[in-house]
Design a protein around this ligand. Structure first.
Ligand SMILES: NC(=O)c1ccc[n+]([C@@H]2O[C@H](COP(=O)([O-])OP(=O)(O)OC[C@H]3O[C@@H](n4cnc5c(N)ncnc54)[C@H](O)[C@@H]3O)[C@@H](O)[C@H]2O)c1
Length: 247
């Protein structure tokens, strides 16, 4: 219960890593605002039925007005936002190469995966400054660190998240706003889509630990960084990838 009286906003809370993160924040005692374009209320309800504190909001991370509403709602419900975990994201691997990507596809990925992270920080940091500090954890990808096939716009966006987060960490360090990044490897969530069995085998064998990660294994790092254990960590990128980027 290390995060009692802490309010954590989690984007992408309707599925996968975001859902696991919202559930873990609640287990740690936080008030959780579950935000997603779809599915957030089901996660909030799952938290409440086991006695946790949670609310939900329909948020499109690309929309500044949605972020303003989220800040207003969270402030009204819990008095402010202490932690933002920006987990929402999209991929489009079928067409995502420098040649095959089209402008609309490029823009959609940049808007959700990069602009959404910026708008989130832009929305919550003023309140954190007033409150004397806060924690932000942005989810990028190992594709923001290394080159991987069929992830051109996605890599650009995730690399951007890493650079933007480092810069923001430095900008606000003196004000006690700590900003870090998780770069997941292959994690078993709906974002992977219907990948064929042979591709599954390939992805597992390319991971030194020999398996895909579980959403809870990313959530635990996010919640750690938001809690007492993260008090002297800012501007860092944590690859939680079963060893992939150590190769
Ligand atoms: N699963 C992996 O292998 C993996 C690897 C590296 C990075 N990631 C990153 O982890 C994060 C979470 O992905 P996941 O694996 O849980 O996938 P997921 O598809 O299960 O969850 C993504 C969530 O983001 C939400 N979302 C999409 N667009 C949105 C928008 N415009 N506004 C608000 N919410 C929106 C979706 O509704 C969904 O609930 C993403 O940023 C993803 O890029 C995932």
């Amino acid at each position: 219960m290390g995060l009692r009286k802490t309010t954590a906003v989690v984007t992408g809370a309707g599925s996968g890593i975001g859902r696991a993160t919202a559930l873990l924040f609640a287990t740690a005692g936080a008030n959780v605002v579950c935000a997603d374009i779809s599915g957030a209320e089901a996660t909030a309800e799952a938290i409440r039925v086991v006695g946790g504190i949670a609310s939900s909001i329909v948020l499109d991370v690309r929309r500044q007005s949605d972020w303003a509403q989220l800040v207003e709602q969270a402030t009204g419900e819990y008095g402010g936002i202490d932690v933002l975990a920006s987990v929402a994201g999209v991929v489009a691997p079928a067409t995502d190469t420098a040649v095959d990507q089209d402008e609309d596809g490029w823009q959609r990925i940049i808007d959700v995966d990069l602009k959404g992270v910026w708008l989130g920080m832009r929305a919550v940091i003023p309140g954190m400054l007033t409150a004397g500090g806060g924690r932000i954890v942005n989810v990028a990808s190992m594709a923001g660190l290394i080159g991987l096939p069929n992830l051109a716009a996605y890599s650009a966006a995730k690399g951007g998240v890493i650079s933007l987060s480092r810069q923001t960490a430095i900008q606000y360090a003196a004000k006690n706003v700590l900003v870090n990044v998780i770069a997941p490897g292959i994690i078993e969530t709906p974002i992977l889509g219907d990948i064929p069995d042979d591709m599954r085998v390939t992805l597992k064998s390319a991971t030194p630990l020999g398996r895909m990660g579980r959403p809870e294994e990313i959530a635990s790092m996010i919640v750690h960084l938001a809690g007492a254990g993260g008090s002297f960590i800012t501007g860092q990128v944590f690859a939680v990838d079963g060893g992939w980027t150590a190769q």
